[in-house]
Design a binder for this molecule. Structure first.
Ligand SMILES: Nc1ncnc2c1ncn2[C@@H]1O[C@H](COP(=O)(O)OP(=O)(O)OP(=O)(O)O)[C@@H](O)[C@H]1O
Ligand SMILES: [Mg+2]
Length: 362
């Protein structure tokens, strides 16, 4: 899959921009603050509908304007035109001029794998960040997953509200609570199985990829979930045993809302043990393993974005990462220093020079 062209109107520091891309490697270079990340962010938003950066939806609108448009032609089997408009009134999404209301359909159409410097948070932050990662990545390859998540969250909220209400009563009928618990377990188990399957798939590739980059260490992911390897009956018993505690605090005590993933290199937990470079390589290995997984399961090639790939990595690791990239893959690499890019790669890439919200093709 590839993005052929991009058009931006009042997006971040771009007032107007029209570009055509190479189906292979695209190198985007320019000084700090020139607009490199903004450019790849626009591509990401076109594929995923949301930014990977912080802030509310309207932060992408150019300062002083009240509407932004992102448009692009993306080729999967066929060429489709994608359009996203964000204004204070909200967000509108269109494929080939047809309005999209079901986000889960849209999300599985365009596969984008992004590495950004912020992704180091995947290792360091709280489990919530890693659950968000799982949710975003699985939603991109599995149409049902987002619906499952929404259903689960609704049930969880309902169950918590009910538990709070019960905490104020002395005697109650437990039928309704039992129904909620069972529904929660049914939906929760589907989520956990889907996550477990995803992580098992990533583990098939991540070790070799990490080794190719670093030439030492065995990387793997460990999925941690209170539901993992438990049957429905065991889970029912677990809730049953703790029901009085749940009622006292008015909150559901177990479930995939607590899930986490651990990155492990040679039995050591990366978060606690590894250097910044090793953490960065672990995350890059994860993203490259996702590409393999998408190729194997969906028989598609995602678009790869590597924002600021070169910072904090030594030349050897950079060379090893670039070697791993299949040249059939459409890739976007941003960098402040064009000199960091090997001559051979430069010769085979389309090069864009960004200066203050303007882009020159070289
Ligand atoms: N909504 C907006 N309106 C106008 N300008 C914006 C908006 N949002 C961000 N900017 C500006 O866009 C500029 C470019 O940001 P961007 O993150 O793309 O830089 P970059 O080229 O990736 O820099 P670095 O090398 O430091 O990563 C920033 O200076 C920022 O102030
Ligand atoms: Mg940047």
């Amino acid at each position: 899959m590839e993005i052929r062209s991009l058009k931006l109107i009042n997006f971040r520091n771009y007032e107007f921009l029209e570009l055509k891309f190479s189906p292979h490697t695209n190198i985007i270079y320019g000084k700090n603050g020139s607009g490199k990340t903004n450019l790849v962010e626009a591509i990401y938003i076109l594929g995923i509908t949301k930014t990977f950066r912080l802030g509310n939806e309207s932060v992408i609108i150019k300062k002083g304007k009240n509407i932004t448009k992102i448009e692009g032609l993306i080729k999967d089997n066929v060429l489709n035109s994608y359009k996203i408009v964000v204004s204070e009134a909200g967000k509108h999404i269109k494929i080939d001029n047809n309005k999209i209301s079901k986000i889960s359909d849209y999300l599985t159409k365009v596969n984008i794998i992004l590495f950004s410097p912020d992704d180091l948070k995947i290792i360091k932050d709280t489990p919530m960040t890693r659950r968000r990662l799982l949710n975003i990545e699985i939603s991109g390859i599995n149409k049902e997953y987002l619906t499952l998540l929404n259903n689960y969250n609704k049930l969880l909220k309902q169950r918590n509200t009910y538990l709070k209400a019960l905490s104020k009563k002395t005697n109650y009928n437990s039928n309704f609570l039992n129904i909620l618990t069972e529904e929660l377990i049914n939906t929760g188990l589907k989520i956990v199985n889907t996550r477990d399957y995803f992580i098992t798939s990533i583990n098939k590739y991540i070790k070799d990829i990490y080794y190719e980059i670093t030439k030492k260490g065995n990387l793997s992911l460990n999925y941690k979930s209170e539901y993992k390897n438990k049957t429905k009956e065991q889970l029912l018993a677990m809730y049953q045993k703790n029901i009085s505690r749940e009622i006292i605090i008015g909150k559901t005590l177990f479930g995939p809302q607590h899930d986490d993933i651990e990155f492990i290199i040679d039995k050591e937990i990366v978060k606690e043990f590894s250097s910044v470079g090793e953490q960065k390589n672990s995350v890059i290995a994860f993203k490259l393993a996702e590409i393999k997984n998408i190729e194997e399961t969906l028989h598609k090639q995602p678009i790869l974005i590597l924002d600021d790939l070169f910072s904090e990595l030594d030349q050897e690791k950079i060379t090893n990462i670039l070697k791993l990239l299949d040249n059939k893959l459409q890739t976007f690499i941003t960098t402040t220093e064009i000199d960091f890019v090997q001559k051979e790669l430069l010769a085979n890439s389309q090069i864009f020079h960004v200066v203050n919200g303007k882009v020159k093709e070289e």
